[in-house]
Design a protein around this ligand. Sequence first.
Ligand SMILES: N[C@@H](CCC[C@H](N)C(=O)O)C(=O)O
Length: 277
Amino acid sequence: MLLHFTKMQGLGNDFMVVDLVTQRARLVDDEIRRLADRRFGIGFDQLLVVEPPRDPEMDFRYRIYNADGSEVENCGNGARCFARFVRDQRLTHKHEIHVETAGGPLTLTVENDGQVSVDMGAPRFTPETLPFDAAEDRVLHALDVDGERLEVGVVSMGNPHAVLRVEDVDSAPVERLGPAIEAHPRFPKRVNAGFMQVVSRHEIRLRVYERGSGETLACGTGACAAVASGIRQGLLESPVTVHLRGGDLRIEWAGGDAPLSMTGPAERVFDGRVVLN
Ligand SMILES: N[C@@H](CCC[C@H](N)C(=O)O)C(=O)O
């Protein structure tokens, strides 16, 4: 069968976006891996699927798959592209769009300047929310990785994140530590590994080795998690500009149970059709 899709990107984190409101398809994990391949397929970090909502209070169901075919709870850059996509496709003309995800509800707002703001909900730090194997909630947890003792903040933005503070993101050992943290046995559902350099109280630089996709040019939930952990450690104050390799995000969080907001761009790259096996 032939499937219509749109290629989109948010700060270089790239997506295949599929409308399953007006089309039908069954996308299984080996098909997703084939499509994600940058040489033999379309190539993307995540597949985003638009479905009708199950909850009548919501506008859409937003499903997310990593390049390795695993379905995940949340994707921040994807959420901004999702909002642009459903409006461009005329699936809605609302400016404020409510979506259900496996990690909980999100509110997406398309701003007049074309940027998209996402109400990401409150970050959660208790180990069971990720899940992370630890006896108690701490601001920093010791984590033994390849014989090295690291201190990480653990944060759930619907999906799990470990945040490590580094002196300089350019020389941080992301290729070596990223996969080891991602697959660490204390994170039974694996984890996204963020490497955060604090530039000032309102500015960080960040690289993220994403669960199921490897290092990407930007990770929206990773940016939210790093800022939440930085504020909790007393290193940062809202608002915070996050410099990622693909560009900048603005994150605001008043702390506690207040929702965290992320604002940034979302771009359509091209439309295409692909034959499914
Ligand atoms: N790129 C995303 C996060 C996608 C999901 C993540 N790899 C996971 O497995 O949780 C973002 O922008 O947040």
